[in-house]
Design a protein around this ligand. Sequence first.
Ligand SMILES: NC(=O)c1ccc[n+]([C@@H]2O[C@H](COP(=O)([O-])OP(=O)(O)OC[C@H]3O[C@@H](n4cnc5c(N)ncnc54)[C@H](O)[C@@H]3O)[C@@H](O)[C@H]2O)c1
Length: 401
Amino acid sequence: MSSAPLGAGLVGCGAFGAYVLDAVAGLPGLGIRAVADADTHRAAPLGARHGAAVCDGLDALLARADVDVVVIATPPHTHADLAVRALRGGRHVFCEKPLALTAEDARRVGDEARRSGKALAVDHVLRHNPLLRALERLMAEGLLERPRRFLFENDAADEDLGPDHWFWDPARSGGIFVEHGVHFFDAAEALLGAAPATVRATAVRRRGGPVDMVVADVVHESGALATHLHSFTHAHRAERQLMRLDHGFAESVITGWIPTRATVTAWTDDDGAARWERLPLRAAELLDVAGFEPSGDERVTVRVERGAGGSAPASGRGVSRTVPHRVEAVVDLGGEAAKARVYTQSVRAAFADLMHSAATGSAPVAGAAAGISSVAVAEAAARAATSGTERHVAARQGGTP
Ligand SMILES: NC(=O)c1ccc[n+]([C@@H]2O[C@H](COP(=O)([O-])OP(=O)(O)OC[C@H]3O[C@@H](n4cnc5c(N)ncnc54)[C@H](O)[C@@H]3O)[C@@H](O)[C@H]2O)c1
């Protein structure tokens, strides 16, 4: 990585812009130079906290020679245009999700990133979560099969979302699939290892109010089926989430929308049992994510019950295996108490990834491709919910809208 410090300028000094800046402050090789908001009263305290100049918008940021990376944390409907302008201005871009409200606009940003040669990363924090990274590694090693089924149930909080919040206005947020669903459409694509192909969806409106509950069934190109449910109807204290991966002879159950704990149960053979038993010794390597500082409380525990299923072959979906041993593995980042820290560190890792791409020209973990694909499936889901028909996901140019 280049040793010249990179200067960051933030546009959008609301709740999450401040969160991002606090998370990335102190990253080696990064200086926070300026913060901008259409409402400079919001920018001023954040600027003071980080010793950064205060501006009134993107043009003022781009006029500064010390800003190399533009961080975009404005509401979703502004992202695509701000990102294109920043890239045209010769800056790298770290963009809050969603990359855009539509796949067409997301592709426009992707095209500009390619033309400019600048790095573009989208803040899909789940891509930098050590627990999901560990599951991806176990799949790559063949200890777990790629899932044939993905489920995400999100009983989310609406406690801070007053009736006038932009979140409820599809013209500004894109609706729940676009504003929030993109995190999980993207995570599903990464975990399933296959692009989304078709989607069916349903949206439910609260009486006299906005749509607050949505569900989408996405069939991926591998034939895997992913179900995404988001319900913004809860108090913070009653929030709960469940992610479940069906690997056939194994299952992963993950808790928290910021995953902090996974339980994997698996049926395996002699070789698999020995490999599972060695996992705790490999915890640091399994959970390693560049830019994410472990707390030291991370744990991988494995219990193997040998012969629990008997020695006769077992078969499912026409596949027969001799898998007599039952494995129960727990990957724990510190449970619910660790959520805030894991969230902050995931944002920090996403930003470190952008810095790495800026320095080396390598593709970021979640760049334009992830941004475009997740918005394409979200947009298709929103249309499917309206039309009541199955939609094709048009991530690539020329796909059926
Ligand atoms: N990655 C994550 O986990 C995560 C979590 C929460 C929010 N977000 C995203 O962060 C973004 C911001 O959300 P928020 O909750 O902080 O919103 P917010 O409403 O609290 O803040 C948005 C800020 O942007 C400013 N603004 C709007 N348009 C502007 C423009 N054109 N130029 C300059 N300033 C402008 C507003 O004045 C406001 O201060 C959204 O895209 C949201 O989806 C991401």
